[in-house]
Design a protein around this ligand. Structure first.
Ligand code: AMP
Ligand code: ZN
Length: 498
């Protein structure tokens, strides 16, 4: 096991500090997942990718990782969308896309499946379990009962509320201690004159008209939003977890409320370390469904032919603690960098057939891998990590003409390790990393593209470079890239439209 420290910014102590594991070598990690009332957008995935990079870095350090990421499939009132507290699942069902579903359960299943598809497309590691709120109703009801028994919660005619006054540490995570004003910021807004304090938040809502309802000691209704994460984190990972993650908007109230409920239930710290991802932005504004300025993974991959691994590369290109403004240029840069890796891999595979020779690059690549891992251990500094990893491709290119099989194996090993750590190169069954690029360059383009390419070669032969450039652009507009090789032109489908 590596002796490195894995340092991460901790929202609770407001400092970068080493991740300390309660059980040495075993990380217990909970990350808040999506509400499945429509497709997750790439902003959501920026947050899930932070969790994925934590998992991958921890695994690179030799740690065992118990990673749990929930699926919120109960609708919750939200003021986040400035819609005055409409239930998200009901909203999904009433939307135009919602017409396709029989009921909210059906809708939740569909979007949960789509979410997992997009998760796989971006090559995120599968959690140990993807618990769903609707499948943990009994545990949530029991937790609410216990909170009432302990004096931390009380019943009113409309529901059960957590009493913020019963937990003096309320506000320690977000720094939001001004209780009088707290209710204004509460996403899970509940206006109820029977609440003891405006900041008290709902653990259970009585509602026999709600589309999703369960029978409880307080009659028909549904749970508050925060209780599901407390219950599921503790059920799968124990009473105190090492690390808890989510997007920046979850610090308050969601995570603050999780801390309050969990610590009142157990009398122990709930999570020892908290990380939050800054928002993905578009034109300087938060990417969100309500603003209509969002892309989904499927919009980009299916609609625009974007390579999902290039999308992944783009989304991790800026460290999670800084805002990332998403542009097509970010995606183009990512695609180019990914091409470098794939070209590098192609050259290394070709060199495997050569005599062994001396390994002239292994030590240099190992050092670059170490530098990449060091950057990841430095609060997931992905911009440095990606730069260090990319230097490795330069090393391989430098030696590619002369390298023998021994160096080629080192190159492939480097690519496999980088692929494991950063996730934008996918392992394949019969070798260390994906050869999609090799395969893509062997694709057969339509006759029109071949004909344009022949005219381009002729233009190059007679040194009419302006015409050759124009033809290259036309080939690109037709959706193909052409590359000249001694064996003739090779073609590849273009991934990102310019
Ligand atoms: P939701 O489906 O709204 O519960 O969000 C799922 C996760 O995505 C939460 O951790 C949010 O904080 C996070 N999230 C929402 N919008 C963005 C964004 N624009 N950039 C990064 N993370 C986001
Ligand atoms: Zn949560």
């Amino acid at each position: 096991m590596s002796q490195r420290e894995f340092r991460l910014y901790d929202t609770l102590t407001r400092s970068v500090k080493p991740l300390v594991l309660a059980e040495p070598g075993h990380l217990r990690f909970y990350s808040c997942g999506p509400t499945v009332y429509s497709y997750a957008h790439i902003g959501n995935f920026r947050t899930f990718l932070t969790a994925d990079l934590v998992v991958r870095t921890a695994q690179a350090l030799g740690w065992r990782v118990s990673y749990v990421s929930n699926i919120t499939d109960v609708g919750h009132l939200t003021s986040d969308d400035q819609d005055g507290g409409e239930d998200r699942m009901e909203k999904g069902l009433k939307s135009k896309e919602g017409e396709a579903f029989v009921n909210v359960w059906d809708l939740a299943d569909y979007y949960a499946d789509c979410f997992k598809e997009d998760w796989a497309r971006l090559n995120l590691r599968r959690p140990l379990v993807w618990p769903r709120a609707t499948q943990h109703m009994r545990e949530q009801i029991l937790a609410v009962e216990h909170l009432i028994e302990r004096g931390n919660a009380y019943e009113t005619p409309t529901g059960v509320y957590f009493s913020v006054a019963s937990f003096p540490e309320y506000g320690k995570l977000s720094g939001n201690k001004d209780r009088e004003n707290l209710f204004q910021a509460v996403r899970n807004v509940v206006q109820d004159d029977n609440k003891r304090e405006p900041a008290d938040f709902a653990l259970w809502k009585k509602d026999d008209k709600h589309l999703m309802q369960w029978y409880s000691p307080w009659g028909w209704g549904f749970p508050g939003w925060h209780i599901e994460c407390s219950v599921m984190a503790m059920q799968y990972l124990g009473e105190t977890i090492d690390l808890h993650a989510g997007g920046e908007d979850l610090v308050f109230p969601h995570h603050e409320c999780e801390v309050a409920q969990s610590e009142c239930l157990t009398g122990k710290p709930f999570a020892n370390h908290w990380i939050h991802t800054r928002f993905l932005q578009v034109d300087g504004a938060k990417m969100s469904k309500s603003l209509g300025n969002f892309f989904t993974v499927r919009d980009l991959v299916e609609g625009k032919g974007v390579d999902p691994l290039a999308l992944r590369y783009a989304l991790i290109s800026v460290p999670y603690g800084k805002p990332l403004n998403f542009t097509m240029q970010t995606l183009r840069d990512a695609t180019k960098n990914l091409e470098r890796y794939r070209e590098c891999e192609r050259l290394a595979i070709l060199a495997l057939d050569r005599p062994d020779g001396a390994d002239t690059i292994g030590a240099e690549l190992d050092a670059l891998f170490d530098a990449t891992l060091d950057a990841m251990c430095d609060d997931l500094n992905t911009s440095v990590a990606l730069a260090k990893a990319l230097e490795g491709t330069g090393v391989v290119f430098r030696e590619s003409a002369s390298m023998g099989a021994a160096s080629a194996r080192s190159a492939l090993r480097f690519l496999a390790r980088i692929g494991d750590l950063l996730g934008f190169l996918v392992p394949r069954g019969d070798g260390p990393v994906e050869t999609a690029a090799v395969a893509a360059f062997e694709d057969e383009p339509p006759a029109l593209v071949i004909e344009m390419s022949e005219r381009r070669l002729e233009a190059k032969r007679v040194k009419d470079f302006a015409l050759a450039d124009r033809l290259r652009l036309e080939i690109e507009e037709a959706g193909w890239e052409v590359r000249d090789t001694p064996e003739g032109p090779q073609f590849k489908r273009r991934m990102v439209p310019l």
